[in-house]
Design a protein around this ligand. Structure first.
Ligand code: NVA
Length: 317
C-alpha cells in the first residue's frame, strides 16, 4: 500500500518533525532536493478556488525538477464525467503523485484507495493538512526551531467545525502543542476528531481543549490563529455565520490578552473587518506572509519525504 497525506495524522510525530526540519533547509536552499528530475510529472487538480495552493504546488513541483500538470476540476468534472476511480487509474500511470483540492473527504479517500502513487490533500471540507505544515514551519521559524514546538500554546478562534480547526487539532497535537479551539457552540469540532487529537496529544505531551470564551482562549497563547467565517462551499450560510461568529473576531483588544510576543497566523484569504481586523493582520505580530511563503517550502519537503517513503508501512498511532 502506498502512503498518502490526506489528514494531519497520516504521519507520525517523528515523520512530521523530519518534514519540518527539511522545510527549514529548503527555505535556505531552494534547489537542494530534486526527486522529480526528468522531469517527472505531479498532477495538481482543483475543484475549488485557489491562489496560494496552486502557486506553491506548481512552483514547488518545478523547483524539485518536475513538471506540474495543472488540472482544472471544472473541466475534468471528476465524479460526473468520469468516476474518481477511473480518473485516478488514468493519472497514476503518468504522474509521480496527485495533489487534489476538493469538497467531501470521501472523494479523496476514494482516490487514495485506488491510487498507485501518493495522494496529497490540498484542502477538503474536512482538513487542510498542507496549511498546518506551513503554519508549524512558521511557528518554528519565529519561536526557536522545530524542537521548540512541543509545549507551545496555539489558540484558534472562530469556526471550530471547519477544515482548519480540524487540522490544527490533529497537526498541533502531533507536534506536541497545546491546541485550544475557541468557538461558538454552533460551530464546534466533531467530537471524534477532538478525541483522536487528544489520543495523539497523550503520546506527544500536548493537549487539546474546546472552549467558548475567546478571552479565555487567547490568555497566555504563544500563537493566535483564525480563518474565514465562510469557508468555500458554505457561502449560502454567510449571514448566519457572520452573526454567530462575530464575538470571535481577532482584534487588538482580544490579542492583548495573549502573550505580548504572540504570533498571529491566518491561512488567507482574509476578510479584514470580519474574522480579523486590519490593525492585527497588518500589525507587528502578524506573520501571515511568512506563513504563505512557507506553503512552498513545507509542501516541497512533504513531496520529497512522501516520494522517498511512499512504500513504508502506514503507521498505527
Ligand atoms: N476554511 C477555508 C480555508 C481557505 C484556505 C475554506 O475552506 O475556504
Amino acid at each position: 500500500m502506498v502512503r498518502h497525506f490526506l489528514k494531519d495524522d497520516d504521519i507520525t510525530p517523528a515523520e512530521q518533525r523530519a518534514i519540518l526540519e527539511l522545510t527549514a533547509q529548503l527555505r535556505n536552499r531552494r534547489y537542494l532536493e530534486q526527486p522529480l528530475l526528468g522531469p517527472k510529472a505531479v498532477a495538481f487538480i482543483t475543484d475549488k478556488p485557489t491562489l496560494r495552493t496552486q502557486a506553491s504546488f506548481a512552483i514547488g513541483i518545478a523547483e524539485l525538477g518536475g513538471f506540474p500538470l495543472m488540472v482544472d476540476g471544472n473541466l475534468a468534472q471528476i465524479g460526473v464525467r468520469e468516476s474518481v476511480a477511473d480518473t485516478t487509474r488514468v493519472l497514476d500511470r503518468m504522474v509521480s503523485a496527485i495533489v487534489w483540492r476538493t469538497f467531501a473527504d470521501e472523494r479523496i479517500e476514494e482516490m487514495a484507495a485506488v491510487s498507485k502513487v501518493p495522494v496529497i490533500n490540498a484542502l477538503t471540507d474536512g482538513y487542510h493538512p498542507c496549511q498546518i505544515l506551513a503554519d508549524l514551519a512558521t511557528i518554528a521559524q519565529h519561536l526557536g526551531g522545530v524542537r521548540a514546538l512541543p509545549g507551545k500554546v496555539l489558540t484558534y478562534l472562530g469556526d471550530g467545525a471547519n477544515n482548519m480547526a480540524n487540522s490544527y487539532l490533529l497537526g498541533g497535537a502531533t507536534a506536541g502543542m497545546h491546541v485550544q479551539i475557541a468557538c461558538p457552540a454552533e460551530y464546534e469540532p466533531d467530537p471524534a476528531i477532538v478525541a483522536r487529537a487528544a489520543d495523539i496529544a497523550a503520546t506527544t505531551g500536548g493537549s487539546v481543549a474546546v472552549l467558548h470564551d475567546p478571552r479565555q482562549g487567547v490568555a497566555g497563547a504563544d500563537v493566535v490563529a483564525t480563518d474565514t467565517w465562510v469557508s468555500m462551499g458554505t457561502e449560502a450560510e454567510a449571514a448566519e455565520r457572520k452573526a454567530i461568529l462575530a464575538p470571535y473576531q481577532l482584534n487588538s483588544e482580544l490579542l492583548a490578552g495573549a502573550r505580548q510576543d504572540a504570533l498571529v497566523l491566518h491561512c488567507l484569504p482574509a476578510y479584514r473587518g470580519s474574522e480579523i481586523t486590519a490593525a492585527v493582520i497588518d500589525g507587528p505580530q502578524s506573520v501571515v506572509f511568512d506563513e504563505a511563503e512557507n506553503r512552498l517550502h513545507a509542501q516541497k519537503a512533504l513531496m520529497v519525504w512522501l516520494l522517498a517513503n511512499q512504500n513504508t508501512a502506514v503507521p498505527t498511532l
